[in-house]
Design a protein around this ligand. Structure first.
Ligand SMILES: *[C@@H]1O[C@H](CO)[C@@H](O)[C@H](O)[C@H]1NC(C)=O
Ligand SMILES: *[C@@H]1O[C@H](CO)[C@@H](O)[C@H](O)[C@H]1NC(C)=O
Ligand SMILES: *[C@@H]1O[C@H](CO)[C@@H](O)[C@H](O)[C@H]1NC(C)=O
Length: 180
């Protein structure tokens, strides 16, 4: 009797372990690195950034509180947008809102829409606070489509280059996502 009981317990353990492994194997974890480019210079035909609203002058502040900006920014695999060693892998489409009254904080709501490589046709949705003057900003990845169905995770943004005269910027995004 004792022997039957313990072999049943062993079998249960093996089954539970197998189920756990199957569940783990079904979920992937992907690390992606892309470079995000705000292109403000070059005039309206070239710019990938459109400021569509700003706060009333009474709320005007050094943080630009109330400003709403729409972007369709190129995402490349290398840091330099114009270098031939960088390939366009997607677009960052969405908005950022200056949501901090007293400190610089952008509320980012954007989709990374991939147009090349293994993730062509797939997308990731990012929604979070971006205190842009900090070295590293962490934002949630809240979902995805295609290869990234059921995605969740986070990303870390680091400004790599900023031209104070034009407002052009390059930001490195490292994304860590779990998905189906
Ligand atoms: C922008 O594009 C339009 C339409 O192609 C063209 O007529 C116009 O000259 C361009 N403007 C500049 C500044 O390049
Ligand atoms: C990017 O590459 C281009 C062409 O190679 C070069 O002219 C430019 O200075 C580079 N930009 C930066 C920010 O390194
Ligand atoms: C990406 O996918 C689109 C739509 O399926 C296709 O037309 C395009 O050629 C693909 N691009 C690359 C670089 O594979």
């Amino acid at each position: 009797m004792a022997g039957t009981g313990s072999s049943f317990a062993t079998l249960s353990c093996v089954l539970a372990l197998a189920l756990l492994l199957a569940a783990t194997a079904a979920e992937k974890e992907t690390h992606l690195r892309v470079f995000w480019h705000d292109v403000v210079s070059g005039g309206p035909n070239v710019s990938t950034v459109a400021q569509v609203a700003e706060g009333p002058s009474s709320s005007a502040s050094a943080t630009g509180f109330g400003t709403v900006t729409v972007i369709d920014d190129p995402l490349t695999d290398g840091p330099n947008l114009t270098s031939s060693s960088s390939t366009l892998v997607g677009r960052a489409q969405g908005v950022y809102v200056s949501a901090g009254r007293d400190s610089l904080s952008l509320m980012m709501a954007m989709n990374f829409v991939f147009v090349d490589g293994a993730y062509n046709g797939s997308s990731l949705a990012i929604l979070g606070a971006n205190p842009a003057d900090r070295k590293v900003r962490e934002m949630p990845v809240v979902g995805g489509t295609g290869a990234f169905r059921f995605a969740r995770g986070y990303c870390q943004a680091t400004t790599r280059w900023f031209d104070a005269n034009t407002g052009d910027a390059t930001v490195e995004y490292n994304l860590y996502v779990r998905h189906d």
